[in-house]
Design a protein around this ligand. Structure first.
Ligand SMILES: [Fe+2]
Length: 214
């Protein structure tokens, strides 16, 4: 998606019902067209009267929200994070996913977690232990080392780069799984498109993100 103001809702890269039975068309429609769209609209509205901050790329808004004027600070924190994380969430799902990562990500997963089962267990533990709304993300640091990080609300793990993000807000699963977050996680894991995640990792290795400057 365009990473600058004004933000536009990226189209869902598949039909609403393409992920059934794991995620229903009703869930995908509400999640993408209502929730994701609301974060886009809210972020545009917050930045409307602030041309200097319209120039900030999305990633900088997510990382440096504390430097913004007080009247838009918390709103940008919530909604820029919502835009950034939901973009990755929807882009990394696939109706016919390939479940094997490609090198060099395959090697990084082996070094960090032993194997894919070790990574799945770490992601599942993060997703289920996040109290209330938030995210569980597979992240890479500036040198390519992988880790699993959970965040609250719409906070991103930046400057760690999130490569694969599991949304554990109830809006992501309640229509299909009610309170069964574990069942939702298992379905979501089956839909993750590992070649795409692997390509993002490879790109990251060639362009490491700068560390935060406090
Ligand atoms: Fe969401």
């Amino acid at each position: 998606m365009d990473q600058h103001y004004p933000y536009a809702l990226p189209p869902l890269p598949f039909a609403f019902d393409a992920l059934e039975p794991e995620l229903s068309a009703r869930t995908m429609c509400f999640h993408h067209d209502k929730h994701f769209a609301a974060y886009i609209d809210n972020l545009n509205a917050l930045l409307k009267d602030y041309p200097e901050y319209q120039k900030w790329p999305l990633q900088k808004l997510c990382q440096d929200w504390a430097r913004l004027p007080e009247d838009i600070r918390q709103g940008v924190r919530n909604n820029a994070g919502g835009v950034y994380l939901h973009d990755r969430y929807f882009q990394n799902l696939h109706p016919t996913p390939v479940s094997s990562p490609l090198p060099p990500m395959e090697g990084a997963i082996a070094r960090g977690f032993g194997d894919m089962e070790g990574l799945r267990a770490a992601m599942r533990q993060a997703a289920l232990s996040q109290f209330g709304s938030g995210w569980a993300c597979l992240c890479a640091d500036g040198e390519g080392k992988l880790s699993v990080v959970k965040t609250a609300n719409q906070d991103t793990p930046l400057p760690l780069l999130p490569l694969l993000c599991c949304d554990v807000w109830e809006h992501a699963y309640y229509l299909d799984y009610q309170n069964r977050r574990g069942d939702y996680f298992d379905a979501w894991w089956r839909l993750a498109d590992w070649p795409k995640v692997s390509r993002a990792y490879e790109l990251h290795l060639s362009r490491p993100i700068p560390e935060r400057k406090d």
